[in-house]
Design a protein around this ligand. Sequence first.
Ligand SMILES: [Zn+2]
Length: 263
Amino acid sequence: MEFYTGKSEEDDAKYLLSYINDVLIPASKEFFVLLDKNQVLLHHAFSFNTILAHAIDYIDFVVKKVTALSSELRVIPRKNLVSQFDERYRVDGCSNINNKFRLLDAVNNSFKHVKLDRERYKDLIKTYGDLSFRNLYSEEGKVFFKSQLYSFDYCRVVMRPIAKIFDCDVKNHNDIDDFINGKIYGSFGHGNFHYEYESHDAIDRMIDFCNSECKNCGEIDDDCDCVSYIYDQKSGKRSPNMDPNFNFNDVMSNISGTREWKK
Ligand SMILES: [Zn+2]
């Protein structure tokens, strides 16, 4: 379901377009470089979290303005808007945290204010326990979220997939309305494999199978430490992005067939 049909105001769309392309995307590139090298410090995480959360604020501003001017649309409270984002953009990545946008928003607010509005975030506090900016801490180039029941790499599990959503090459007013309404958005493309399932792509399929990225953290093989994460007192696990149609024996026989054929 869309937040609105029709168009937002041009100046508002231009502001968001510029914010995404001139601020958020460059910050995102920098963040991914630090993330890939495991060099994220606490101030990097909070800075980028603030930049992502400001985009939410601005989307809220645009949606409120369009819906308030319409006689047919109802104004959506900010809390409902944020909780719809995870669904609207089908946030991929870690399936243990299903409210990434809400958590990002709460972490940002706990960072901005000395005391978090407990009433506004009561559902999240019920899930994660007390929230404050001290839930995030840095360790060996990674920034973790830790509460009574949870402990996981916040940058990889929450910020990484949200940052990816904004990376969808929005270029004009139309794109901004489509983006806000969840019609276009960036994605890791988990679960999509464009093979022809012929012997000529068997080697590629085997390489992808052996190097499959973990959907939860984005790491490959031993670099994934998802098993050490805790979600609601339960251990996390590696979740490789593998082709559901992959069949080891078939692919192997295709590979040997290709070799025979090459001789
Ligand atoms: Zn992992």
